[in-house]
Structure formats: C-alpha cells, structure tokens
Design a protein. Structure first.
Length: 267
C-alpha cells in the first residue's frame, strides 16, 4: 500500500515537473489555464525571461480590466477596447515595456493614459510609485475605482491634459506613453529625470514598435534624447523601416522640433 502511494505521488510530481512554469501557475479561478498559456506562448516565448517581470504580469488578472462581454478574449494576444479609443494592451506589450524600462523598487513612474489601469497594475509590482494621467474623466474614475477594488490602492490617477504632465510629483524615473504619438510635449520631457527613460509606441508603425528614449546631459544645463526602436511589440509583423535616404512610407518627412531636441513628422 505504501509503495503504491509513493509511486502515485512520484508520478504526479513528474507530471507537474514536465509542465511549463505558468501553465502550472496555481490560481483558484476560471482563467488559470488561459493565463498560464498566455505567459508561456505570448510572453516567455518572445524573450521575456526576468522572473520579476514574469511574476508581475502573471500576478495581474487581465480579465478584470476588460469589459465583461469581452472576457473570453482577455488572455488572447490582442488589444481590447475600453472606450474613447483606449484599449487594454496585450500582456507581451506590457512585459516588453517593463523590460525596456528596467523598473526598480525606488522608481517613480508617470503613465500618460491610464486606459483601464492594466499596465499601472503590472508596473506597480515592479516600481516604487505610479502616477497616471488620463484625459477622459470617465476612464480615469473607472480605472481608479477598479484598481482600488482590486487592492492597488497606491496608484495615483488624475484626469486632465496630457500636455502638462504632473509637475508636483516630478522628476520621474520613467515616463510611459500608452497612446501612439508623433512626439511628446516638452513640459512632459522636462519632468523626466536625467538618465531617465521615456517609452511609447510609434504611430507610423501602427503602434507595433516601441521607441525607448533616454534623457542624457548636454552642455552645462541642457539635455538631449537618445533613442532606439524596439519591436515588434505584438505578434503581427510591423511595417518595414524606410531606407536612410528615403522618406517614411506615408511620404512625410522627419524634421527637427523648434528646440532641436526632437525629430517629429512634418504634417
């Protein structure tokens, strides 16, 4: 009898040992299997290996941040709309931002566009303090209530213009822009600490590439932004880069901003 019990226990152990890390992720809800598959096939398979990032993404219930009628798609590799043109991004997109940001427990993060609060929830598990700006009051209120009800009480959300940033809590270690933009307002960039990072999806690549900019000193009191493109940030194939001697695919040229610190598209 004892031999039979030991053999059965050993078989169960070996069975679980053969599972991937997050398929066996123990959570008592109806979405545990979907969440595990998401982590294995969408996140880990694309090169996200940092255990802290993996635990942060796996530890946030994405289905609680999407409309109830769309919860069956919550763990698919797609963005899910939440209104006003905003959407809950794919888990891999969020994990990739976290990887590029290199969040630490002492970091203060500004998120431009809180959406449903999903990214803020993930980042709060990695960084010290999270501040979110949202232009739509309704989305800001809903995200704040959702995050509080789920136990993310330390995330600060304010409804207002994205142009001015959040000066009272500057400087920020990392600024994350959730929406596709051609440029970031200078007032926001000024609130990024020196050697801090600004991360956002690029509009001309349909949001499928991230641009990661670092603020570095220049001269006595100035600064400049160094930049790198990272992608693809979704499972789809992004548009190709234009050749150096050509304009962008839409025919628009890149020109310097008035202060010479930015390159933006000439409309």
């Amino acid at each position: 009898m004892k031999t039979s019990v030991i053999a059965t226990a050993t078989a169960v152990f070996l069975s679980c040992a053969c599972c991937t890390r997050f398929v066996c992720y123990a959570q008592a809800d109806d979405y545990a299997r979907e969440r595990g598959m998401m982590m294995d096939t969408q996140v880990m398979s694309r090169g996200i290996k940092d255990p802290k990032i993996l635990d942060a993404v796996a530890g946030v219930d994405r289905h609680k941040f999407v409309p109830e009628g769309m919860r069956e798609y919550a763990y698919e590799d797609i963005s899910l709309p939440v209104g006003n043109g905003e959407a809950v991004p794919p888990a891999y997109f969020t994990a990739l931002i976290a990887k590029m940001a290199g969040f630490g427990p002492g970091d203060k993060v500004l998120i431009i566009g809180v959406e449903a609060g999903y990214q803020a929830a993930v980042f709060s598990k990695l960084a010290g303090k999270i501040y979110c700006l949202e232009p739509y009051e309704k989305l800001a209120a809903e995200a704040g209530e959702r995050l509080r009800s789920l136990g993310y009480g330390g995330i600060n959300i304010r409804a207002g213009s994205l142009e001015s940033g959040w000066l009272e809590h500057a400087p920020f270690s990392v600024i994350v822009v959730t929406n596709q933009m051609d440029y970031v307002p200078k007032k926001v960039v000024d609130q990024l600490m020196m050697n801090g990072k600004l991360i956002m999806p690029m509009r001309e690549y349909a949001g499928k590439k991230l641009i990661v900019m670092t603020k570095v000193p220049k001269g006595k009191d100035g600064y400049e932004m160094t930049a790198a493109l990272v992608g693809p940030s979704t499972g789809e194939q992004p548009l190709g880069f234009p050749k150096k001697d050509q304009d962008e695919p839409d025919g628009k040229k890149w020109v310097k901003s008035k202060d010479g610190k930015w390159m933006k598209k000439n409309k």
